[in-house]
Design a protein around this ligand. Structure first.
Ligand code: ADP
Ligand code: MG
Length: 182
C-alpha cells in the first residue's frame, strides 16, 4: 500500500544533512524489526520523512519481512469503523500480522476521542510485539496537546518512544527546493 515508489537509492543526503546514510544503512540489517523496535521520523513538511519510511519499508519487504503502509487518518478511520462494527479486536489482530506498520503523518490533524482511543488500542497491540514506523510533524512535547491531554496521550507516547529510534529531521523542504529550481 505504499502511496508511491520511493527508493533509498534515490535519497539525496547532500540535501538532507540532518540524517546520514550511515544511520539509515545501519537499519538495513533489520535488527530493529527482529527486536520489535520502532522508528520515528519527526520534522516539518518536505524533509523526506515519508520517503525514508517507504524506502526502508521496501528494503524490509525485499528482505522477506511483511510491511504495511497506512496514512494515519485512513488507519484511524479503519479502526473506528471496526470499533463501530464490534470488530476492533479482529482488525487489530489482522494488522498485527505484519512485522512493521508504517503510520504516515501522525499528528497532522486533530482526532476525535474515539479515534484516539482506537489508536491507543493499536499501539498497545504492537508494543513489544511488532514494529511501528511513524512519520510525524509533532515532537513528543506537543503530543499531549495533540491528544488533548486526555488519559491516552501519556501512555501512547510512552509506548511509542520506549524501544525506539528517533530521527529529528530538519532543513528546508525538498518540494520547495524543486520549485525554486524550476
Ligand atoms: P515529508 O514526508 O517529510 O513531508 P517527503 O518524504 O514526502 O517529505 O518528501 C517530499 C518529496 O521530496 C518527495 O517526493 C520525496 O521523494 C522528495 N525528497 C525529500 N527529501 C529528499 C531527499 N533528501 N532526496 C531525494 N528526494 C527527497
Ligand atoms: Mg510525509
Amino acid at each position: 500500500g505504499f502511496p508511491s515508489d520511493k527508493r533509498l537509492e534515490g535519497f539525496d543526503y547532500r540535501h538532507q544533512t540532518t540524517i546520514t546514510k550511515r544511520q539509515v544503512s545501519a537499519l538495513l540489517d533489520f535488527a530493529f524489526l527482529d527486536n520489535r523496535e520502532n522508528l520515528v521520523f519527526i520534522g516539518p513538511p518536505g524533509v523526506g520523512k515519508t520517503h525514508l519510511a517507504i524506502g526502508i519499508g521496501q528494503k524490509a519487504i525485499e528482505a522477506g519481512y511483511r510491511v504495511l503502509f497506512r496514512n494515519a487518518l485512513d488507519l484511524v478511520e479503519e479502526l473506528e469503523l471496526a470499533e463501530m462494527k464490534g470488530e476492533l479486536k479482529k482488525t487489530l489482530h489482522k494488522l498485527a500480522k505484519v512485522d512493521a506498520l508504517v503510520i504516515d503523518e501522525l499528528g497532522y490533524l486533530p482526532m476525535s476521542r474515539q479515534a484516539r482511543y482506537a489508536l491507543f488500542q493499536l499501539i498497545n497491540r504492537f508494543y513489544e510485539h511488532r514494529s511501528l514506523i511513524i512519520t510525524t510533524n509533532k515532537d513528543f512535547t506537543s503530543w499531549g496537546e495533540f491528544f488533548h491531554d486526555d488519559n491516552v496521550a501519556v501512555p501512547i507516547v510512552d509506548r511509542i518512544i520506549h524501544h525506539s529510534h528517533l530521527y529529528l529531521l530538519g532543513g528546508e523542504s525538498y518540494r520547495l527546493k524543486q520549485k525554486t529550481l524550476s
